[in-house]
Design a protein around this ligand. Sequence first.
Ligand code: FES
Length: 583
Amino acid sequence: MTMSDVTFKINNMEITVPEGITVLEAARRHNIDIPTLCNLKDVNEIGACRMCMVEVAGAKALQAACVYPVAPGIEVFTNTPRARKARRVNLELILSNHHRECTTCIRSENCELQSLAKDLGISDIPFEGEKSGHHIDDLSPSIVRDESKCVLCKRCLAICNKVQKIGVLGAVGRGFTSQVQPVFNKSIAEVGCINCGQCIVNCPVGALKEKSDINRVWDALGDPTKTVVVQSAPAVRAALGEEFNLPMGTNVTGKLAAALRRLNFDGVFDTDFGADVTIMEEGTELINRVKNGGVLPMITSCSPGWIKMIETYYPEMIPHLSSCKSPQNMTGALLKSHYAEMNGIDPKDLVVVSVMPCTAKKYEVQRDELSVDGNQDVDISITTRELARMIKEARLDFPALPDEEFDPYYGDYSGAAVIFGATGGVMEAAVRTVADVLNDKDIQKIDYEAVRGVDGLKTAEVEVTPDLTVKVAVASGGSNIRKVMEGIKNGEYKDYHFIELMACPGGCVNGGGQPIISAKRKMEVDIRAERAKALYSEDASKKYRKSHQNPSVIRIYEEFLGEPGGHKAHELLHTTYSQKAKV
Ligand code: FES
């Protein structure tokens, strides 16, 4: 016990916890669960849903445990008849206004509302009547909103406003007419949304989901005139297992390759190959900017949510962006050119599918700039969750699949590429290559711990050569990105060389297309750290841990691309950006 500990009683049991936490957190730390719906730790603590009602001795009214702070000597009862009745009535009221199509809802079996109804033994709803929201907004290429399922917990709003600092969602109306909507009641496609999907992975129900492209993939796979190849991003392997009840942090690279092969893709490739190529191009670009007085700090361009953010909110900063396409699109552009040529396929008959931890990739693949001779680099992008659904529909027993390799060449990758999926990974991968190139030797110490970890904003100085110490920063999540942007504007980063920015907190492992984890579980475990571990351990196990050592990358430059940053590489692997409207 320390000076700042608090001792109080819960269900007649004396417990000691740090001061400043809520009764909910204290209870859960001592294995006493209290139901919740609107609560999202540190993000949405507004006491709105009233599912967490408890009795506090001496207080007349029931209290919401998620916002009630612990205090010395209080006595809390979590399961009195009064508390249970209040929760039940509150839940019945929420359910009475909810479009309860559970059998066909995308969140069935992973719905916090459904779990509550089951846990509280709700079998019928006494308050049937008119329902409020019924509008479905599906104009965005990434996100679908269904008001009829919204429970007004405001978790999406809090994530969008406080964590991502994009702020395109707001609460409107009162009482029965209350709704969460984009500004001016427009479609989410029209309001400066960056498509990150953080609202989806923090929604407790099916009110927010990705725009599904599964049927387009099945159609392509069933079309005998098409060659259909697939590439999978690094972060997918760190989380896909969760959809099949494997422990969080299980690396499923081998089973992922096996599953994609059994879904009948004609080529089973890895976006990690494109990540290695990205490092060749981005590293070259960085060295050129440093040597030739280009715009610094240079900022990474892998995250399409971040790209939409700079184009929408900081267009004047675009010259800081690397001109590199993302690994997804580098892989796609090479498949549509080099791979198609090598295999005698007309690029028009080649369908490139990507599996991404990201909903913003669905927006990215449609961008006009990201094509080769009129063929989109990538045709269809699906999320980790959508791939899991395809695997289930195909009745594959995922945990029982053997570990297989991706197909050679476009499935070859270094350890550096694998860590792209975690915040700091692109930076570390780039530094590994830049240091080798500038020193002209194979440097052995390559674990750059200073840029690892889930902190939202990290800075480091890396001595790359005796004459050059590179100053770098790494940030993830919109609010941290905004801090960096303001810092660049006011000169705080004027002597920095390279900055890695990722739209989602923790990087792609926590992307908006990843498996959805309940708020309660997120209180117990840092999913960003657990998933990142799966990537760092794969990196450590790889024979080649630097992008420029990947033999297939060396080969593609020798036989097709020429020099990194050269003419052909520029034509295929680099892009441009332009200002986008806020509303
Ligand atoms: Fe406590 Fe919603 S009021 S979880």
